[in-house]
Write a protein that binds this ligand. Structure first.
Ligand code: UDP
Length: 334
């Protein structure tokens, strides 16, 4: 069976993808510097999956670390998650974002070439579409950046598009990944006050934060609040499995959206989370957040046609799995 290197494999999406790949019969090696992952993630993955978890502790900015991973393992494909992902922080530290996200990708590609591996799945984002009224968004919509973070994702895609024909590249544009693994043993675990909606609501549900600020209720949407395409992280993880299989089976590169195609408003999420945790989520309407768009939803048909990908989990599933994970962690902390 093919052996896959997951850079950033101990992170939120990486760890869920690890489990989906193991389920699909792949061998997997995690490469992570644990800058944004808890040190106990590999042990948790081992508890869930049963088999020994292979981890190379290393940094994508350190070529020697990458070469060591390729020397220790015969790698057939790479999923490159390791990157910085906070839009606001990228405005404060643009060079950091270029260095890690663009420089890191270049290092990974060079190490892959030296190691004789030319199959890569790249974590991209719906942010590459910028602010657009075209909804749901098809993949051939022009790319434009609204933050240094978005710039790094477009740059990453463009770098991959320049590679020679003997490379096979899967570019996956994530919409809004939320939720947690069905085991409730891994999930999203932000250290600070969360920027993203569902992690923030989760902290209101646990009582760690008093109430959610709903950023704007005067958008041109059914209830006035922002609409996004939330996708269960386990569905998203499966998208990576399908992308890798396509690269391995056909060698055909692809660029696809990973979303459900369905939009949910902030208040839809507030209600769904309230139903999942059995308590109302306190909120107050606040001003719009800079840089936010009214609606962002995926056209999901290309992923279905090219990968056979279809998200199956509902917003209720996303909220229930998030709550199972968050409330379980809280009991452990006590
Ligand atoms: N949002 C909100 N309050 C928060 C965080 C987010 O009202 O504390 C809204 C935000 O304006 C957007 C949606 O929730 O309409 C999703 O935001 P998130 O940051 O999770 O993802 P984004 O789509 O911005 O990447």
């Amino acid at each position: 069976m093919a052996k896959i290197l997951l850079t950033g494999g101990a992170g939120y999406i990486g760890s869920h993808t690890y489990l989906a790949l193991i389920d699909a019969g792949f061998e997997v090696v995690i490469f992570d510097n644990f800058s944004n992952a808890k040190p106990d993630v590999p042990a948790r993955l081992q508890d869930i999956a049963g088999d020994r978890v292979h981890v190379v502790e290393g940094d994508v900015l350190n070529r020697t670390d990458l070469d060591a991973a390729f020397a220790a393992h015969q790698i057939d494909g790479v999923v490159h998650f390791a990157a910085k992902k906070a839009v606001g922080e990228s405005v404060e530290k643009p060079l950091d974002y270029m260095h890690t996200n663009v420089g890191g990708l270049l290092n990974v590609l060079a190490a892959m070439e030296a190691g004789g591996c030319r199959r890569i799945v790249f974590s991209s984002s719906a942010t590459v579409y910028g602010d657009t009224d075209v909804q749901p968004i098809p993949e051939d919509h022009p790319r434009t950046y609204t933050s240094p973070y978005a710039f790094t994702k477009i740059a990453g895609e463009q770098i991959l598009e320049q590679l020679t024909d003997d490379w096979a590249v899967g570019i996956l544009r994530y919409f809004n990944p939320v939720g947690a693994h069905r085991s409730a043993m891994i999930g999203e675990d932000p250290e600070d006050i969360p920027n993203n909606l569902v992690p923030y609501i989760a902290k209101v549900a646990t009582g760690d934060l008093a109430k959610l600020s709903v950023f704007g209720d005067d958008y041109d949407t059914p209830d006035g609040t922002g609409v996004r395409d939330y996708i269960h992280v386990e569905d998203l993880a499966n998208g990576h499995v399908l992308s890798l299989k396509r690269l391995i089976d056909t060698g055909e590169s692809h660029t696809v959206n990973l979303g459900t195609g369905e939009g949910s408003s902030v208040l839809d999420v507030v209600r769904a989370y309230g139903a999942a945790c059995g308590d109302d989520i306190a909120y107050a309407i606040a001003p719009r957040r800079d840089g936010d768009v009214a609606v962002l939803t995926a056209r999901p048909d290309k992923a279905k046609a090219e990968l056979g990908f279809e998200a199956t989990r509902t917003l209720a599933d996303m909220c229930r799995s998030s709550w199972a994970w968050v409330s379980g962690q809280r009991r452990n902390d006590k």
